[in-house]
Design a protein around this ligand. Structure first.
Ligand SMILES: CC(C)=CCC/C(C)=C/CC/C(C)=C/CC/C(C)=C/COP(=O)(O)OP(=O)(O)O
Length: 332
């Protein structure tokens, strides 16, 4: 009977699934597509951002209210990221970030500056979203302006929290915890944080060459030294046995964060589980692709093929059918 209900639910969601698959294989939609607002086109926000767009596309599988809220949050994150990574990045000063922060405070108090802020203002009025992770993300941008090396994993972890772990914390109040969940709220937030960290570590391991060309090394310096490697080796960009061993350990650690995140997905409300599983399974596969590229993140950009993306959807759906149980909550 349960299986029957699941099959019916899956078939009922087919139109949305096809939209999702269709969009995955075409171009990303406009970010405001789901905000239902007629606004000037800020299309730069979405067009260069596979991971974010992957997460956003995933939200097509959610309820409309939640979908709009997640879009509003991710659009704000993207705009924040664009301040230090976008075309105007060279003009961005800590003062500009201070102004962005006071604008954030205003929108949280119901005084949005523009229409995109208004979408987030609307979201924070509807869902119990806290301002702290948003402020922390701005802090991460401040850090990125002045720092290009990380002494050890603690320092790198803090950076990953600021720029990505925060996104997990912002998302949980919107995605919702299943009413039948017996897990502690803290454990679910921890899992969400782990997913952000895992995504960012994966991003870093995929983009070593690209970052090095911008003079940045987002790898723990002490671990590089222990592996017999230095910045010069990163800039030289040669895949050696030392590099392979170093990467094997980094990939192992990123996978541990994905494992932590997986424990929390089952505790999310049923409508949110599918998109989260889909983006988790897809992003995790980038690590497999780095291995398949013989750890060459200097000249190759690991990516997940369209075929794998499409196969991940039903897999993610199957996993999303498993919700909280007494056993899993005891594990947490
Ligand atoms: C697991 C539980 C309980 C909840 C889920 C909580 C969520 C949604 C976590 C996801 C957090 C997330 C999407 C972080 C994004 C961090 C990141 C690495 C952003 C960078 O994205 P892009 O720069 O677009 O990456 P690309 O380079 O791939 O385009």
């Amino acid at each position: 009977m349960k299986l029957m209900t699941a099959v019916v639910k899956f078939v009922q969601s087919m139109p949305r699934l096809f939209t999702w698959v269709g969009i995955l294989s075409l171009t990303p939609p406009h970010p405001l597509f789901n905000l239902h607002l007629t606004l000037p086109l800020n299309s730069y926000i979405i067009y260069s951002i596979p991971l974010f767009s992957q997460c956003l596309l995933g939200t097509l599988l959610m309820t409309q209210e939640r979908r709009k809220a997640i879009w509003a949050i991710y659009v704000w994150c993207r705009r924040t990221d664009e301040l230090v990574d976008g075309p105007n990045a060279s003009h961005i000063t800590p003062m500009a970030l201070d102004r962005w922060e006071s604008r954030l405070e205003d929108l949280f108090q119901g005084r949005p500056y523009d229409m995109l802020d208004a979408a987030l203002s609307d979201t924070v009025g509807k869902f119990p979203v806290d301002i702290q992770p948003f402020k922390d993300m701005i802090e991460g941008m401040r850090l990125d302006l002045k720092k290009s090396r990380y002494k050890n994993f603690d320092e790198l972890y803090l950076y990953c929290y600021y720029v990505a772990g925060t996104v997990g914390l912002m998302s949980v109040p919107v995605m919702g915890i299943a009413p039948e969940s017996q897990a502690t709220t803290e454990s679910v937030y921890n899992a969400a944080l782990s997913l952000g960290i895992a995504n960012q570590l994966t991003n870093i391991l995929r983009d070593v060459g690209e970052d090095a060309r911008r003079g940045r090394v987002y790898l723990p310096q002490d671990e590089l030294a222990q592996a017999g490697l230095s910045d010069e080796d990163i800039f030289a960009g040669k895949v050696t046995d030392k590099w392979r061993n170093f990467m094997k350990n980094q990939i192992k650690r990123a996978r541990m964060f994905f494992d932590e995140a997986e424990k929390g997905v089952t505790q999310l409300s049923s409508a949110s589980r599918w998109p989260v599983w889909a983006s988790l399974l897809l992003y995790r596969q980038i690590l497999d692709e780095i291995e398949a590229n013989d750890y060459d993140s200097f000249t190759k950009r690991a990516y997940v093929s369209k075929a794998n993306k499409i196969t991940a959807l039903p897999l993610a759906y199957a996993r999303s059918l498993i919700g909280p149980s007494k056993i899993s909550s005891k594990v947490l």
